[in-house]
Design a protein around this ligand. Structure first.
Ligand code: NAD
Ligand code: MN
Length: 355
């Protein structure tokens, strides 16, 4: 029997609701397939922890995570704490501490889900966005001076390193190569950002030479938003900087029906450290504590976790269960226009798995 050690960090808001549901689903999977087990260790980090101790997670909090096979994360964000504190104090501390430089976000219109795109047929929207997750616009470099005075200044510096750009682009080309279409779109903004993004383009040209069987094109980030809406079938694998991909992937999630469905993986492709899996949505203050959250984004993130752990058959089984459930409109939560509760969705997925 193989036992996977999973760090479970629900965080804040609906993160505290969807992560326990995901554990139930994984345990059900293990019950049906006893050759695999999951051993969860829980970490109560986030807004409540901050209120008690003045920090989102302990300074040496990465240590107990280091020996885990994977991290399951809910969301960070509390109505009473500034967002830059919750984000940098928890999620980014883990992403950066474990050099999870490739953020992978698949987008597909699942069975039974309606897209706001009028002319998009099933199968025409099947993307994976690869987001640079360790530097760029979110490097954290910058500062403020003369605070509160009329001459106040503030800066956020975008840092692009050759190593950082090359490794994420190489990862994206490899991912594109593994998908049937073998096509990569490199998102850029080298017309306006004339240093870092120009280097980004140059490196894409070099890395592409190692992948002769992958076709690729380049698109400016603003034009890319229109292309996602008007010609979704022209895109497949996409690579973009930290900020650009952050924005594009929320658009992608909305086009696929709801933010509540979209999953993501923060990967250390070299497996020096544990990777982290989470829904892309945040704490959803407007629905927290009501049992209305859509847990599908978290379940799909668990599929990505199983795949990354090498449990492809289990991942496929869970994905099939998810798609069976989304196909039934009676099991749609409110974000999808339905009336189902989170627990209805969980129970239905567990029922599918246990068949
Ligand atoms: P959000 O994702 O929390 O919510 C946006 C909208 O989508 C809300 O109307 C919400 O109800 C809905 N929604 C999101 N997930 C849903 C789900 N699973 N089921 C049903 N509806 C869902 O984004 P926001 O409002 O911009 O941010 C709220 C807080 O979350 C902020 O503090 C923000 O910083 C934080 N946040 C954290 C993460 C993260 O930890 N990865 C990501 C995004 C936002
Ligand atoms: Mn985002």
């Amino acid at each position: 029997m193989k036992t996977y050690k999973i760090a479970s960090i629900p965080g804040d808001g609906i993160g505290k609701e969807v992560i326990p549901e995901c554990e139930k689903v994984l345990n059900a999977l293990s019950k049906k397939h006893p050759e695999v087990a999951f051993q969860f260790e829980h970490f109560d980090w986030g807004g409540d922890y901050y209120r008690k101790y003045g920090i989102m997670m302990p300074d040496d909090g990465l240590e107990p995570l280091r020996s885990k096979d994977a991290i399951l994360f809910g969301s960070a964000g509390d109505p009473k704490i500034p967002d830059h504190i919750t984000l940098w104090g928890l999620r980014l501390k883990i992403c950066q501490g474990f050099d999870q430089y490739a953020n992978v976000r698949p987008t597909r219109i699942l069975p039974g889900i309606e897209t706001p795109l009028r002319n998009c047929k099933p199968g025409q929207l099947d993307w994976v966005i690869v987001r640079e997750n360790s530097e760029g616009e979110y490097s954290g470099v910058g500062g403020r001076a003369h605070q509160g005075h009329p001459i106040e200044v503030a800066s956020d510096m975008s840092i692009m390193t050759r190593v950082g750009v090359e490794r994420v682009q190489r990862f994206a080309f490899k991912l594109a190569q593994s998908r049937p279409r073998k096509h990569l779109t490199v998102i850029t903004k080298s017309n306006a950002q004339r240093h870092g993004m120009v280097m980004w383009d140059e490196i894409a040209n070099i890395v592409a030479k190692d992948f002769p069987d992958v076709t690729w094109d380049k698109e400016l980030v603003d034009a890319a938003t229109a292309r996602m809406v008007n010609r979704p079938e022209s895109l497949d694998t996409i690579v973009a900087t930290n900020l650009h991909a952050d924005v594009l992937s929320d658009l992608a999630a909305a086009l696929a029906g709801s933010l509540g469905i979209a999953p993501t993986a923060n990967l250390d492709p070299e497996r020096r450290y544990p990777s982290m899996f989470e829904p892309i949505h945040g704490s959803a203050f407007d629905i927290m504590g009501k049992g209305l959250a859509n847990p599908i984004g978290t379940f799909w993130s668990a599929v990505m976790m199983l795949d990354f752990l090498g449990e492809k058959a289990l991942g496929a089984k869970l994905m099939a269960a998810i798609e069976k459930v989304t196909a039934n409109p009676k099991l749609h939560t409110r974000d999808l226009g339905g009336t189902a509760m989170m627990s209805d969705v969980t129970n239905a997925v567990i029922e599918e798995i246990s068949k």
